[in-house]
Design a protein around this ligand. Structure first.
Ligand code: SOE
Length: 387
């Protein structure tokens, strides 16, 4: 972090960012830093120091478009770079642990895409590394950062729905439905660790923990519908050892019953994450394809007009919204990453651990691991709290 002048402007503290990954999530994160700086201002300002990717030509173009000062194809160079304060990991899952651990050992803050790791063992090592180095750490569960999701949590805390009895969440996509769609790191067990379970169930597991509470027990089923896929360079075929779909039940703290499903093969569904909870006096639901809306039902409404009400969560009093547009001028997918980055910057500035932290990432990983073991053993498996 440096205090001084940057591009002719006096800034109190600039936070140097090093980003590993230039694909979908790399672009989402790079955009987030730019937008956070422009729309949120604030005392701490992210500066795009160095980006790392495997494809040097694509990396040059990525750097030009987003304004990265430097590029490298070696993540070790990025981690050791003196102007990098935060190492942001938006690369394939196999790189999460080595990059995060090296970054922590180099004294850098670490911001990591979900799932935190491929396995519990890797996730534990990562948590240990950041905690023993005493560096800030955050996992990118970006869906927590929509104003409508934040409102859902506030309404639960205010008791609007009463005691929660049931939580259900489905996360449906279809980009892998065609068996001729080539293999990628996301379908490779070695690189990804898990399939839909780690890629998309992890988001709804985090939603349950964020809105309701901890998991106690799970049972479930994993399915692989397409057992091999062509390689993208046409050089052969790859065995698919990860799940295409995950379905599981959970018992959550306080006797809440949970139902979860996620798949990348639900023909016609694109990014259909539906999260719903039912309490003694009311219900809430939210869908990622209509992300500005929170639907609320409460028995407190008069019977004649009772029903699910759509709240368009764009008033300035909701978190983050005042920095954007007037009411009704809606937000999109990318704003969740901007808000996550704002949390990261603020937490660094305030000297506290950002939320969600690697601890949240590890706890979600413990749930996924329990689902895998439950599916293998066709039984209920306990979900222990992270020590
Ligand atoms: C792919 O299924 C994916 O890109 C996930 O990896 C992201 O986390 C999710 O936000 C969108 O879908």
């Amino acid at each position: 972090m440096v205090v001084g002048e940057e591009q002719g402007e006096m800034v109190s503290d600039v936070i140097g960012i090093g980003l590993v990954g230039q694909a979908f999530m790399g672009r989402a994160h790079a955009n987030a830093y730019r937008q956070a700086r422009a729309f949120f201002g604030g005392e701490y300002r992210p500066s795009l120091r160095i980006a790392c990717g495997r494809d040097a030509a694509a990396l040059g173009e990525f750097a030009r478009r987003f304004g990265w000062e430097e590029t490298t194809t070696d993540w070790r160079v990025l981690v050791e770079h003196p102007a990098v304060d935060v190492v942001d990991i938006a690369a394939s899952n196999d790189l999460h642990a080595p990059v995060a651990i090296a970054a922590a050992q180099a004294g850098k803050a670490v911001f990591c895409e979900k799932p935190l790791a491929r396995t519990i063992a890797e996730a534990r090592e990562m948590l240990q590394a950041v905690e023993s180095a005493g560096v800030p750490h955050m996992v990118c569960f970006n869906y927590r950062f929509f104003p409508a999701v934040r409102l859902a949590r506030e309404l639960v805390e205010d008791g609007v729905v009463g005691r929660i009895r049931q939580f259900r969440a489905i996360y449906l996509q279809d980009w892998l439905r065609d068996p001729t769609t080539p293999a990628s790191w996301r379908t490779n067990a070695e690189l990804a660790g898990m399939g839909a379970l780690g890629d998309t169930s992890v988001h709804i597991v985090d939603m349950a923990r964020y809105l309701v509470g901890e998991f106690e027990q799970v049972t479930g089923m994993l399915s692989t519908f397409v057992p091999e896929r062509p390689l993208s360079n046409q050089s052969g075929r790859q065995q698919v050892a990860v799940d295409d779909a995950a379905a599981f039940l959970a018992r959550l703290a306080g006797g809440v019953s949970g139902v979860f499903e996620s798949t990348r093969m639900a023909t016609g569904r694109k990014n259909f994450m539906h999260v719903e909870l039912n309490g003694e006096r009311g219900s809430l639901y939210w869908n990622a394809e209509d992300l500005n809306s929170l639907w609320v039902y409460t028995d407190d409404d008069p019977v004649r007009t009772r029903g699910f009400r759509r709240i368009v969560v764009t008033e300035a009093e909701h978190p983050w919204v005042a920095h954007w547009w007037p009411p009704g001028h809606i937000l999109g997918y990318e704003h969740s990453f901007v808000h996550a980055v704002v949390e990261l910057m603020e937490a660094i500035g305030e000297g506290r651990t950002p939320r969600p932290s690697f601890r949240d990432g590890l706890q979600a990983q413990v749930v996924l691991d329990a689902v895998q073991r439950a599916a293998q053993s066709a039984s209920w498996v306990a979900v222990p709290p992270v020590a």
